[in-house]
Design a protein around this ligand. Structure first.
Ligand code: PBG
Length: 327
C-alpha cells in the first residue's frame, strides 16, 4: 500500500513515543491538599476519601515529609477548627488551626510551599461560605471576613492564599488588605471558575463543611455555563489574581482549555474529592486499574491546558512521573 503518511511510525516503541509526547508533566506542578484537625492528636483515616487522613497539629509535619519524600513541594491546607460560630471567627484567629499549622510546618520545613484555602464554610456553624443576612450569604460583609482570614494566614507565614468562597470582589479586597499590611509579595490563587458541584461531596464530610440548610448555588457557578467562567476569570485577573483556577477538573476540561487559552496567567485545576473517591471506589470493585486511571486523568487536565494540578493523588503522581509512566 502506498501511504505517505503513517502516524504509527511515531508510535513504534517506547523511546519514540516518549520523544513525541506533546504534554510534559512535572512533580513541580502538583499541590497536595492536607486536612488539619485542631481537635485531633495523631492522624485518622478519612472515611469518605480512602487513603487520605486528618492530621493533628502534632502530626501535620508527617504529611509534609511524605510530600517531600515523593517529590511534591507544595500543599494546600484545610482546617477543622475547635470552635465554630455564625461569622466563622476561628478562621482568622491568630491561634486558629491553620495559623498554628502554618507555623509548625514552616518551622520544620521552611522551603515547603504552603498555600491556604481561604473560605468560611469550615468555620461557620451554618456551613455557608460567608456571613449570613437572613438565609443568604452577605457578599460585602463577607469580603471583610475573608480579607481578615487571608491576612492572618500571611501573618502566620503562608506562601500563598487561595480564596474559594466565590464572593464578588474578593480578590480585590484581599489584595488591598495584604498590600496595606506589607504582604505585597504574597500571591493570590483565585478559585475563579468554581462550580456548584456534586463532586465536592466527600470533601464536605471530611471538612465538616456541608451547609446546614440550602446549598451553594447562590454563589458558586452553574455547571451549565461556559461564558460565565470567562467572565469570572477576567474579573479575577482584573482584580489582581496571580493564578486563576477551574474547579472541579475532569468534568470541566473544556473550561480549563478555554480559560487557559484566553488568559496569560498560570492556570490551576483542582481535581476534587469526588473525582478521587470515584476512582478509588471503582478500583476497589476491581472495575478499573487505579494507577492507570490516575495517570490518564491527571494527564488530561494538563493536556487541557492546566499548569498546576491540586490533587489527592499528588504523591502517587509525582512518583509515576519520576518513573516515566506519565510525563
Ligand atoms: C471550601 C472548599 C471546598 C472545596 C475546596 N474548598 C468545598 C466547597 O466549596 O463546598 C472542595 C474540594 C474537594 O471537593 O476536594 N469552600
Amino acid at each position: 500500500m502506498e501511504l505517505t503518511k503513517r502516524p504509527r511510525r511515531l508510535r513504534d516503541g517506547d523511546t519514540i513515543r516518549r520523544m513525541c509526547r506533546e504534554t510534559r508533566l512535572s512533580p513541580d506542578s502538583l499541590v497536595y491538599p492536607i486536612f488539619v484537625d485542631e481537635n485531633l492528636s495523631g492522624k485518622r483515616p478519612i472515611d469518605s476519601l480512602p487513603g487520605q487522613y486528618h492530621y493533628g497539629l502534632d502530626t501535620v509535619t508527617e504529611a509534609v515529609k511524605e510530600c517531600i519524600d515523593a517529590g511534591v513541594r507544595s500543599c494546600i491546607l484545610f482546617g477543622i477548627p475547635s470552635y465554630k460560630d455564625a461569622v466563622g471567627s476561628s478562621a482568622w484567629d491568630p491561634e486558629g488551626v491553620i495559623q498554628k499549622a502554618i507555623r509548625i510546618i514552616k518551622k520544620a520545613y521552611p522551603d515547603f510551599y504552603v498555600i491556604t484555602d481561604v473560605c468560611m464554610c469550615e468555620y461557620t456553624d451554618h456551613g455557608h461560605c460567608g456571613a449570613l443576612c437572613g438565609e443568604k450569604v452577605d457578599n460585602d460583609a463577607t469580603l471583610e471576613l475573608v480579607s481578615k482570614v487571608a491576612l492572618s494566614h500571611a501573618e502566620a507565614g503562608a506562601n500563598m492564599v487561595a480564596p474559594s468562597d466565590m464572593m464578588d470582589g474578593r480578590v480585590a479586597a484581599i489584595r488591598k488588605t495584604l498590600d496595606e499590611c506589607g504582604y505585597q509579595n504574597i500571591p493570590i490563587m483565585a478559585y475563579s471558575a468554581k462550580y456548584a458541584s456534586a463532586f465536592y461531596g466527600p470533601f464536605r464530610s471530611a471538612a465538616g463543611s456541608a451547609p446546614s440548610f440550602g446549598d451553594r448555588r447562590g454563589y458558586q457557578m452553574d455547571p451549565h455555563n461556559r461564558r460565565e467562567a470567562i467572565k469570572e476569570c477576567a474579573l479575577d485577573v482584573e482584580e489582581g489574581a496571580d493564578i486563576i483556577m477551574v474547579k472541579p477538573a475532569l468534568s470541566y476540561l473544556d473550561i480549563i482549555r478555554e480559560c487557559s487559552d484566553r488568559f496569560d496567567l498560570p492556570m490551576a485545576a483542582y481535581s476534587v474529592s469526588g473525582e478521587y473517591a470515584m476512582i478509588k471506589a471503582a478500583a476497589k470493585e476491581g472495575l478499573v486499574d487505579e494507577y492507570r486511571i490516575m495517570c490518564e486523568s491527571a494527564l488530561s487536565v494538563f493536556r487541557a491546558g492546566a499548569d498546576i494540578l491540586i490533587t489527592y493523588y499528588a504523591k502517587e503522581l509525582a512518583k509515576a512521573i519520576q518513573k516515566g509512566d506519565i510525563g
